[in-house]
Design a protein around this ligand. Structure first.
Ligand code: SF4
Ligand code: SF4
Length: 298
């Protein structure tokens, strides 16, 4: 964390101004809330721009969008998808191949608002301790949900999926969803930093698999300018993705290719040296110089 302040991003605010140091955060919140609003104006005001929910929706009676993880569970359970569902899945997969799978997490998923808030509060309260669960656990949970779907003939994860529960709850009334979201919030706040999204959620795990090939990436054209303030590590929900690209570990190019980068852009915001920027996965070798100092993530 920056030496001048305990708050990550303070140096960036001083160097480039508050707005530039929060640009991607503001755009991300606008995206998350805007998407929610599109779903809400139907039931609230009868303006049916989008029908359905995050699992399966139909925009302007023209654009079908279907969650590929939902479709996979349905296939495993023995259900035959409709043609519109298949078209919707194809569009969603192509989109996330372009922008990176876990962009869904940072820019669309409503649970991210809750887990980001828990992370922010955790940092403000100075809560340090964190349980240890491997980040691979989410992939085991993902595999298990597919097996349970096959064994029970149900779309297994949908019965307990906090993402769908919160989204449906916000549209149609919260009910039991409050309790589930509260558990996720308290888990992230008191038990584990970025515990849910970074370690357990199979939806994020699934989108990271699509994201392996994503075109949109965070690049580090100025990584030699890094002053080791650690602010990018402090704000990143998936800290392990930064170090190889920042420090050129094992000759890594200056681009974050790790599938779990959520393209949230917070590292770009809080870096006072403008080390990071958005770009594509190609042309990564344009800058190979690295800073001499080597931070170790917390
Ligand atoms: S990891 Fe899961 S809950 Fe978290 S933002 Fe991604 S999809 Fe949403
Ligand atoms: S590396 Fe940057 S864009 Fe990727 S998850 Fe971390 S803070 Fe977000």
């Amino acid at each position: 964390m920056s030496a001048s302040s305990q708050r990550p991003g303070a140096e960036a605010v001083a160097a480039k101004g508050w707005l530039a140091a929060h640009k991607w955060l503001i755009l991300r919140r606008a995206s998350q809330l805007g998407i929610l609003l599109l779903f809400l104006v139907g039931p609230w005001f009868g303006w049916w721009i989008v029908k359905g929910n995050l699992n399966s929706s139909y925009t302007l009676d023209f654009l079908p969008l279907t969650d590929p993880y939902l479709l996979l569970q349905a296939l495993m359970s023995g259900q035959t998808p409709e043609r519109l569902g298949l078209i919707g899945v194809t569009i969603v997969v192509l989109f996330y191949l372009l922008v990176g799978g876990r962009t869904y997490c940072s820019w669309v998923c409503p649970v991210n608002l809750v887990t980001d808030f828990a992370a922010w509060l955790r940092s403000r309260l100075g809560l340090k301790g964190s349980a240890h669960i491997s980040r691979q656990t989410r992939y085991w949970i993902l595999a298990m949900t597919l097996l349970v779907s096959a064994a029970t003939g149900t779309i297994a994860w949908e019965m307990v999926n906090p993402v769908s529960m919160l989204h449906r709850g916000l549209i149609f009334g919260m009910g039991f969803a409050w309790a589930v979201i509260l558990v996720v919030f308290l888990f992230d706040l008191f038990v584990m930093r970025h515990g849910w999204c970074g370690h357990l959620c199979p939806v994020g795990a699934f989108y990271s698999l699509i994201g392996k090939f994503g075109l949109l990436r965070v690049k580090l054209p100025a990584r030699a300018a890094c002053n080791d303030c650690m602010d990018c590590f402090a704000v990143c929900p998936e800290q392990q993705v930064i170090r190889p690209a920042l420090k050129g570990i094992d000759g890594a190019p200056p681009v974050i290719l790790e599938a779990n980068c959520t393209n949230c852009g917070r590292c770009i915001d809080v870096c006072s040296k403008d080390v990071f920027r958005f770009g594509t996965r190609f042309g990564a070798a344009e800058s190979t110089a690295v800073a001499k100092v080597s931070p170790v993530p917390k």
